[in-house]
Design a protein around this ligand. Sequence first.
Ligand code: ARG
Length: 460
Amino acid sequence: MTNKMWGGRFSSKTDTLIEKINASIKFDYRLAMHDIDGSIAHVNMLADCSIIKKKEAKQIILGLEEIRKEILEDKFEYKIELEDIHMNIESRLTEIIGPVAGKMHTARSRNDQIATDVRLYLNETINEIIVLIKDLQKDLSQKALSNFDTIMPGYTHLQIAQPITFGHHLLSYVELFNRDKLRFLDSLERLDECPLGAAALAGTSYPIDRFLSSKTLGFSKPMANSLDAVSSRDMLLETLSNLSILSVNLSRLAEEIILWVSSEFNFVCLSDNLTTGSSIMPQKRNPDGAELIRSKAGRVIGSLNTLFIVLKGLPLAYSKDLQEDKEPLFDAIDSVNLSLKVMTIIIKDIQPNKDIMLQAAKKGFAIATDIADILVQELNIPFRESHKIVGSIVAYAEKRNKNLEELDIADYKELDQRITIDLVNKISFDTIIHNKLSFGGTSPQNVNKEAKKWLKRLNV
Ligand code: ARG
């Protein structure tokens, strides 16, 4: 038998391989609830516009609600020969309510139907992602507040650069993830138009009211051009781009955590329940969660690339190529959703080894630049000259296996006669870090204020 829904003009059965490549049910079943919502809105509109009878609409809607229940209770049988979620639902509807089910597809096509389903799905999942980003921001801000004065080395080129506070480091990710969140929020505005009623590509001659079905589904208006409504997938590209940027940002934090928990750094500890062991090396506690977050970015960017390549050069309006948009989209959403949840439990759990962080900053001569700044202010000399003096101070300390705080006035005098005891007293990590009061700077005072500001903004 040919397909029950569109087999009218066909005399032979579809080849099984064509059936296989054509079917999308193994992934678009995920859109079932949105498909039912879309159909109910459409059928109500058809009845309001007197295109079908109210009684018929009622029968169809009752049938659809029964199907919704079957799906939610895992009792619905998806059939590959029915190709996709739309035809699986319509076929089951026919079994339940008989031929009147055929009226549901009046004045629409699967082309506007799938475009509507995906927009409803995107709206729901983007909102979920926004909540998950917010959760992560909250935990980062809490951890930042409890570490507003925890000193660690800040890096450039992965070489110790200047001392910073751990809280400041964590808050930098709060800012970064906030921009990710804003990008998603912004995209919801463009998502807020409904394709339903565009039909196959040209609109319809039935007297439908697209504004009504659009409103029922929660959109602010119908899409203005029927061709655009069925063939554009830029909202998926935009979502995948936003997911890619977010996953790259997550991967950077993941990489830092991987470095920090390594025995070389040993800056932070992760609990046993968040690490995994090795089947051969008994001493290991691996940060697999962070490693997988780091690598998921590759999958997400791959999904974006897939869709770019599917869409490139594709003529309007609908082509079956567009069915290939869903698997990469679902995969990217699932990857980012899980990554955000895992990152949140990692951040909640992470405990800094404060003393090790401080010692690393000291050993790495992290206050050299600050000493140069002190010399400029105190001796009234150009920065280039003080840079040179501090260079010799670092070399001197290194030779004697000391850190910069451990040099005394006699050492300094040996290097430059102008250096006074008052000046040497200013060379302390504590004073230096507390003086980083410039707007956006790392001083504990700033970080305390910023962390509290974020927690308030995030309603904690
Ligand atoms: N399963 C299809 C998709 O995901 C639905 C639209 C099919 N339209 C068609 N004319 N074959 O794109």
